[in-house]
Design a protein around this ligand. Structure first.
Ligand SMILES: Nc1nc2c(c(=O)[nH]1)N[C@H]1C(S)=C(S)[C@@H](COP(=O)(O)O)O[C@H]1N2
Ligand SMILES: [Mo]
Length: 395
């Protein structure tokens, strides 16, 4: 708590759990989280959750200080993190041997790789669902794409030995459960062994050439581009190779699951009818200009942004200035590598003065597009990939 406030909260013991300190909730002034830009929007302080406004995601690669933060528990204290003594254990019933590596050994023994990888929280866009879904009310900013450097998870798993009955991996991190109970995990999720074995699945220590920001998992994290970012374990200390779907904290229904078959808004769904979210759906974000911009009629408006589609490539991004009645193609760049977001841009000439909205719609390589309105309602408010829109005034 003191971390976010910049001073010790003297009567912290009496402060109601879950309440946002007035300094953060009501002040015009912004309070920066450690290592973070003061313009991130703090949604919650315990645990810390903060999102990036769309116009601050304009960089091709999201800078560390602007990368969103989604915590389920309390991070290890910054002063207690020592990269020189940090270890990663590989175990689990489908590991041939149990192994422990120091961070230095990981760096020395395995080949490092760098990939640009898109991380998006499964609950990004939750705010729009109706009936509302409980949880962080993310608008559009629980997403970022950075260049992560680390070793391939596959190389490390193979070094320990993967038995033929392996189906899943699970992670454990050094953060603690909100209750303070050391026997409980804040979160312990994972991915099927096939995803773990992909070239781009990394155990990473660097983001954009710098050590990971503290709140993004310093000194070590998993990165699974294109999948719900909840699979990308931070403050990584242990990986288990499992002979069953990992059953750690927040793997069980309804966490990070959606109805296996679509349901009407507001429907109660039984746990056994909820399926684990895997690849994220196609989506895009307009990062320039900022919504509300004004332009003169004789000028052309440059727009730009990014598009991503989970495991897939984005094939096309189009924009509309007439509420979807007609669409024009944007220029779309190829991804730097698989699972990286792709940049788009266009120049728009408006026909007359007035209020407009610019809508952007991405289509993935199998022809699936973003919906213009909310996609399938689900009890936990995941996977909202509706089109992003910005307001423009032409004078
Ligand atoms: N150890 C640990 N790893 C974690 C989490 C967490 O709370 N603890 N949150 C997960 C969730 S839900 C998301 S969306 C991503 C967010 O990554 P970021 O905070 O670096 O943006 O981290 C994932 N990894
Ligand atoms: Mo998340």
């Amino acid at each position: 708590m003191s971390m976010a406030l910049g001073a010790e909260m003297v009567y912290a013991a009496f402060f109601p759990e879950g309440m946002i300190p007035a300094a953060l909730a009501h002040s015009e002034e912004s309070f920066a989280l450690p290592g973070k830009n003061a313009n991130l929007v703090v949604l919650n302080d315990r645990p810390i959750n903060a999102e990036t406004p769309p116009h601050l995601l304009d960089d091709k690669l999201t800078p560390g200080d602007l990368f969103f933060v989604r915590n389920n528990g309390i991070p290890p204290e910054q002063k207690d993190i020592d990269p020189t003594t940090w270890t990663l254990e590989i175990g689990g019933e489908s590991a041939r041997t149990k192994k422990v590596y120091t961070l230095a050994e990981l760096k020395q023994r395995f080949t490092p790789y760098t990939y640009q990888l898109t991380l998006e929280c499964g609950g990004n866009g939750r705010k729009e669902f109706n009936p509302p879904a409980k949880g962080n009310q993310w608008s559009t900013g629980a997403v970022g794409c950075a260049a992560f450097t680390g070793v391939r998870l596959r190389d490390v798993l193979n070094d320990a030995g993967v038995q033929s009955d392996a189906v899943y991996i699970g992670y454990y991190g050094k953060d603690s459960h909100l209750s303070g109970d050391p026997a409980k995990q804040a979160i312990s999720r994972g991915v099927p062994i096939e995803k773990a074995m992909q070239d781009e699945s990394l155990i990473a220590w660097n983001m954009n050439g710098q050590p990971l920001p503290y709140l993004n998992g310093y000194p070590l994290r998993l990165v699974f581009g294109g999948w719900p970012a909840s699979t990308s374990g931070k403050w990584l200390s242990k990986i288990v190779i499992r002979n069953q779907v990992h059953d750690g904290a927040k793997m069980k229904a309804p966490s990070y699951r959606v109805p296996c078959n679509p349901v009407a808004p507001g429907t109660k769904v039984a746990d056994e009818d909820m399926c684990i979210i895997e690849s994220m759906p196609v989506k895009s974000l307009i990062t320039y200009p900022k919504s509300g911009a004004t332009i003169r009629l004789d000028q052309e408006l440059p727009i730009r942004g990014h598009a991503w589609a989970g495991e897939r490539k984005v094939q096309q991004v189009a924009y509309s200035v007439d509420f979807g009645a007609s669409w024009q193609n944007c220029v779309l760049e190829a991804p730097a590598n698989r699972l990286a977001w792709q940049h788009f841009r266009a120049k728009i000439k408006f026909p007359k003065k007035g209020y407009y909205e610019v809508w952007a719609k991405a289509t993935d390589e199998v022809g699936i597009s973003q919906p213009m309105l909310l996609p399938g309602w689900n009890p936990k408010g995941y996977l909202n990939n509706a089109c992003h829109r910005i307001a423009i005034k032409v004078v």
